[in-house]
Ligand binder design. Structure first.
Ligand SMILES: [Zn+2]
Length: 206
């Protein structure tokens, strides 16, 4: 893999090897996630932009991130293997309040460029979870999202890539991957805009 900012294990957060597997977690529910940007640029641009995307109705920023992500990753093998993209769903009332699902906005240009379908109707968030940024640690994050998602048979036999805005510990995407596996689908990897540390994400409510 040639991914610039690295690929990380969704179970422990450590970088994966060149083949895309974590030594400690070869049986992870999905093998790795890929953040397109680093989070700690001096001016905190990435953090500020994600904040605007989520809380100030700036859809355009999500579209921009989607375009950059696919431009950077278009040649990766996992893109060629995919049958479609699954944006992490929001709970329906949350999506209504926000006006859109930011992960779906990011997925838009990725689907367009690759010609692969956006499989957003194939997954549902069935539990209204508390914000992951309020959870104290990785274990709490995992408990908070347990059983939060349901996938439909449409994903049976499909190889998909999950799209999220930020991935911190990987708990949310891991839970979604479990739901996809439950209906006979598989997750090649997850793509996100950036990856904050747990403390950073609490600090800025991202
Ligand atoms: Zn690991």
């Amino acid at each position: 893999m040639r991914v610039e900012n690295g690929c990380f294990c969704p179970e422990c957060g450590n970088p994966v090897d060149r083949k895309g597997f974590c030594e400690k977690h070869p049986d992870a529910v999905y093998p790795f996630f890929v953040p397109a940007f680093g989070f700690n640029d001096e001016r905190q641009c990435t953090r500020n932009l994600i904040h605007l995307l989520k809380y100030s109705k700036r859809r355009d920023i999500g579209e921009f991130f989607g375009e950059v992500i696919i431009e950077r990753l278009a040649a990766e093998e996992f893109i060629a293997q995919a049958d479609g993209f699954v944006p992490v769903p929001l709970y329906k009332t949350k999506e209504r309040d926000r006006g859109y699902n930011q992960s779906e906005v990011v997925a838009g240009p990725i689907c367009k460029k690759t010609g692969l379908p956006m499989l957003s109707k194939a997954v549902k968030r069935i539990k209204c979870t508390d914000s992951q940024t309020k959870q104290e640690n990785a274990k709490k994050r995992q408990e908070n999202v347990a059983g939060a998602f349901q996938a439909s048979d449409e994903l049976s036999g499909k190889k998909v890539i999950i799209i999220d805005d930020v991935i911190t510990t990987g708990a949310t995407t891991r839970e979604l991957a479990i739901a996809i596996k439950d209906v006979g689908g598989s997750v090649l990897c997850a793509l996100c805009i950036a990856r904050p540390g747990i403390d950073e994400s609490k600090e800025s409510e991202i």
